[in-house]
Design a protein around this ligand. Structure first.
Ligand code: HEM
Length: 536
């Protein structure tokens, strides 16, 4: 049909303009070629339910074709999904057109994308080995993340990084070993909050959480902690680099999907900003690596046998496993990135909900007050605290589209008969699943009780796809236990140390903004009243 349209134009143009053949008029030949090209492109867009990137019947490779949303010619859904809250826009389509709930095809420029809002299909996408790669954005590549664990293709290098990280950073023993330093950071945070309340009459929680999470992750990964007063200069440099990196990575860059745009449109100045940031990051991380090298040499000379941190482990790798300097920078930098914002912003959401639901706050406090001093494993056994954290994860998943998508490496047919072709970006709309009334009763209500009682337990670590905020399968978040322990500790200590109330001068607003993760658009301000902590 597309070919017919093209031929129609070739015949029509000369007739229309009064010349005999195209050979007599070269300009007409060019014009008709352009028309032919445009009509061909238009026809392939019009014939593909998923839009331009799904041309050549890519959506019809299995017994059941993939329904889709076409968007605009060439751009696809770039306009509608690059702004605002794409998880909500996609959830809305899945609700209005139930046939797209399982899987929906759409185009982001020339990128073919599928998204699932169904737990069963989500499980297949996250756990099938055909989806074990990730698409990588230009900004992530420029920021050296191409060699970090999150973006490394499924293969020997990625497996090596996962293995080292799971035994030396995320193992229960390691997480437990850092419990004292997490407690110190948390204590500093509590003191900082009390001081701010005294000084200004209210508290902006986000700053305190960000400092504590940066310190936590620097402690676990680099074996370093920073004092807000004595290390103010280093801390502000580090904070600035992390924030700039978040902004660059979180920005929706149109040229990732329309590569030709790169030559003349770069509204976020991604390239210049990456060029400025990367040398600063390298200098910072390499200085830390150098300190570790010197310490290891000193320890060797003096016969000191110290339990090393993650940097020491990376430095000790030999032979095939030895990492290049830039690989180490990428791996370490990524940990700081992934570890800082998620835990801080989830805690901010949880505290906002606890202030809006004073009865939940009171019930949680009663559980904590009755429990005495709490180790990490005690926290994991407090049912109401765990239910509050799970409910915060359900109602505000930090990665509503699971942040970093997957990429299909070969054609794969799902159990519903739909076949996803190789080279397709696959996303899970976790937000749509956790707000689906067919999956959760009263999904928009903050109600921790839904996880309490016989048969109501839900595992959030990837085995139950009704609530899998850490993803699932071989690329599941390796920091999930650390994340859960940290957030549970913070929520527990914040509720145990203070009574939290809304600041009437700055009301709580639950509007979201999706950057690298989904945060509160308006940072939480609250009034806190110090309590005499029992058993803390
Ligand atoms: C509340 C806290 C957190 C949430 C909600 C979260 C969420 C996620 C999600 C959804 C993924 C993608 C999983 C998938 O594709 O199936 C992921 C991957 C990842 N996360 Fe987390 N995360 C959290 C904390 C952390 C922490 C504390 C660290 C490290 C210090 C971390 C490091 C990573 C890394 C390295 C990956 C990439 C893994 C890979 O591709 O092999 N995360 N995270």
């Amino acid at each position: 049909m597309a070919k017919d349209t093209a031929e129609w134009w070739m015949l029509a143009i000369p007739t229309f303009l009064g010349s005999k053949t195209l050979a007599e008029e070269p300009r007409l030949a060019i014009l008709s070629l352009v028309f032919a090209f445009i009509s061909l492109a238009f026809a392939s867009w019009a014939l593909s339910p998923g839009g331009f990137a799904w041309k050549n019947l890519r959506d019809r490779r299995g017994p059941t074709s993939i329904p889709g949303t076409r968007g605009l010619p060439v751009l696809g859904s770039l306009f509608s999904l690059s702004r605002g809250l794409p998880h909500r826009a996609l959830a809305d389509i899945a609700r209005r057109r139930p046939e797209t709930r399982d899987l929906m095809a759409f185009s982001l420029g020339s990128t073919p994308v599928v998204v699932s809002s169904d737990p069963q299909v989500a499980r297949e996408i996250l756990t099938f080995p055909h989806f074990a790669d990730r698409p990588i954005k230009a900004s992530a590549r420029s920021l050296m993340f191409g060699r970090a664990m999150g973006f490394a293709p499924n293969g020997t290098y990625w497996r090596l990084l996962r293995r080292i990280a799971s035994s030396h950073l995320f193992s229960p023993r390691r997480i437990c070993a850092h419990q004292p330093s997490r407690a110190v950071n948390c204590g500093n945070m509590i003191r900082g909050i009390a001081a701010e309340q005294l000084r200004t009459g209210s508290v902006r929680l986000r700053d305190h959480l960000q400092l504590a999470s940066l310190n936590n992750i620097m402690g676990s990964v680099f074996g370093k902690t920073y004092d807000p007063v004595n290390d103010a200069v280093v801390l502000s440099e580090l904070n600035e680099m992390v924030r700039e990196g978040f902004e660059i990575l979180g920005a929706f860059n149109w040229s990732d999907h329309l590569p030709w745009l790169d030559y003349f449109y770069d509204p976020f100045r991604i390239k210049q900003r990456c060029d400025r940031l990367v040398p600063r990051v390298r200098r910072f991380v390499l200085a830390v690596i150098d300190e570790h090298r010197k310490k290891a040499e000193r320890n060797l000379r003096e016969g000191v046998d110290e339990d090393g941190d993650f940097v020491d482990v990376l430095l000790s790798l030999e032979g095939d496993e030895k990492l290049q300097e830039d690989d180490m920078v990428a791996v370490l930098w990524e940990m700081i990135f992934r570890g800082t914002d998620t835990t801080a912003l989830l805690t901010e959401w949880a505290m906002a909900e606890l202030i809006l639901h004073p009865q939940v706050q009171r019930k949680l406090r009663a559980e904590l007050d009755g429990a005495g001093p709490l180790s990490d494993s005690d926290l994991a056994r407090l049912p109401y605290l765990q239910a509050v954290v799970k409910e915060a994860l359900r109602i505000h998943p930090p990665g509503p589209l699971l942040s970093w998508a997957r990429l299909s490496t070969s054609d794969v047919t799902l159990s519903n008969g739909m076949a996803v072709p190789a080279g397709t970006t696959a996303m899970i709309n976790m937000w749509a699943i956790t707000h689906d009334p067919a999956v959760w009763e009263n999904p928009d209500m903050f109600d921790p009780e839904r996880f309490l009682g016989e048969g109501k337990e839900v595992d959030v670590r990837g085995s139950d796809l009704r609530l899998a905020p850490f993803g699932a399968g071989r690329r599941v978040c390796p920091g999930k236990n650390l994340g859960m322990v940290t957030v549970a500790r913070w929520v527990a200590e914040l509720v145990r140390s203070f009574e939290w109330a809304e600041d009437s001068a700055c009301k709580i607003n639950l509007r979201e903004v999706l950057k690298l993760s989904c945060e509160m658009k308006h940072p939480l301000h609250a009034l806190v009243a110090k309590r005499d902590v029992i058993g803390g």
